[in-house]
Design a protein around this ligand. Structure first.
Ligand code: 13P
Ligand code: SF4
Length: 355
């Protein structure tokens, strides 16, 4: 039986997503979303959703949406006991570290990230021992143990600004983990040298010998986003050939030559703002494909060239149904051990203070 709440969510979803999703799916989504709204009140909970969440979830139950930096920054202002984090585990961990007085839930225990999984705290300790004069800047796409070993965190929206600030303090030689492409793209933007290192088969380090003794340098790690590494220059060229008026936006986790071939590169929030500010007629988004649907829904006049196959399998774990289950069962709780949380908080707070 459809409740008044479900009916009102359904009408809102049709207005927003009627051009993107079939009504049958919106009807089902509205029923589940109405249940989630009821559970949110019962549990004094809010739902926080990353920009990659599927449109029906993003536009129905989310109280706060944004990119990694934005969500970390605004979390503390939320009035609630529980946060259901609709995103991946490293994001929920950051929430647990930054808001230790709230209970943090993630709807799926399988929502990982190939970047976060590419590096361990031991790898960072090995790097610090090999390159002791260099501070460690960690992308937020890392687990708490890695953040705890780092000096400061950054996201794709402030990576260059963090390095620039370090440069102003005379620090122009840094370890930047774990995304090789974000590190390369950021080094390129600043005109600093770049060297990549990685773990060898014995658990030691590869490539450290290639780090120059002098000059500005970013030492990156051999980690990749399994979604963004798949975009190629040929994708951009083919799209431009087929649609000569297309505007191409690329996330900075894409390979440098792809970022170079795009018209603009920035974090997920930066891409959303770009579309709002510039209103391109036709758009190719080189990023997770649900975000294309979310942008399409908010900008009906923009024609989006679809690349529907590139869905992040980890973000895809988090659905409206899983979110309802999470609130029903108060699972899965995300906690971080105290000493790790304390050290990781310093790196995250450093990033937020900086932003
Ligand atoms: P943003 O910080 O741009 O939201 O990106 C997070 C992410 O995981 C991109 O793949
Ligand atoms: Fe990680 Fe890539 Fe998925 Fe983002 S899109 S969560 S970087 S695997």
């Amino acid at each position: 039986m459809t409740t008044a709440r479900a009916e009102s969510i359904y009408r809102r979803l049709v207005a927003r997503l009627g051009r993107v999703l079939p009504e049958m799916e919106l009807r089902h989504a509205a029923e589940v979303a109405a249940e989630i709204e009821r559970l949110k009140v019962m549990r004094q909970a809010v739902v926080v959703a990353h920009n990659y969440m599927e449109p029906a979830l993003y536009y129905s139950v989310a109280d706060l949406t944004g990119d990694s930096l934005d969500l970390s920054r605004r979390l503390k202002d939320l009035q609630c006991r529980t946060v259901v984090f609709c995103g991946v585990r490293f994001m929920a961990e950051s929430a647990a570290i930054l808001a230790p007085d709230r209970q943090i839930l993630i709807p799926s225990p399988r929502a990982g990230c190939s970047l976060a999984e590419s590096i361990t705290a031991e790898d960072v300790r090995n790097l610090k021992a090999a390159l002791p004069e260099m501070p460690v800047v960690s992308y937020v796409n890392t687990y708490a143990e890695v953040k705890a070993e780092s000096d400061i965190c950054c996201t794709s929206s402030n990576a260059a600004a963090v390095l620039r600030k370090l440069g102003e303090k005379g620090i122009r030689r840094v370890i930047f983990l774990p995304d090789e492409y974000l590190a390369r793209n950021t080094a390129g933007e600043l005109g600093w040298n770049f060297v990549v290192v990685g773990r060898n088969e014995n658990g030691g380090l590869d490539g450290v010998g290639g780090v120059p003794g002098q000059g500005a340098v970013v030492v990156g790690w051999r980690g990749r986003c399994e979604v963004h590494e798949r975009f190629t220059v040929a994708d951009v060229e083919n799209a431009r050939r087929q649609f000569p008026d297309v505007t191409v936006l690329a996330h900075p986790e894409c390979p440098p030559e792809v970022v170079e071939a795009a018209d603009f590169s920035g974090s997920t929030n930066a891409m959303i703002s770009y579309v709002e500010r510039n209103g391109p007629r036709r758009l190719l988004l080189l990023t997770e494909c649900s975000m294309g649907d979310n942008i399409q829904a908010a900008n009906p006049d923009v024609e989006i060239v679809r690349l529907c196959t590139l869905r992040c399998p980890h973000m895809n774990e988090v659905t409206l149904e899983q979110t309802r289950w999470s609130l029903e069962n108060m699972e899965y709780r995300v906690t971080v051990e105290d000493t790790i949380a304390e050290a990781a908080a310093r790196s995250l707070e450093g990033m937020i203070a900086f932003a």
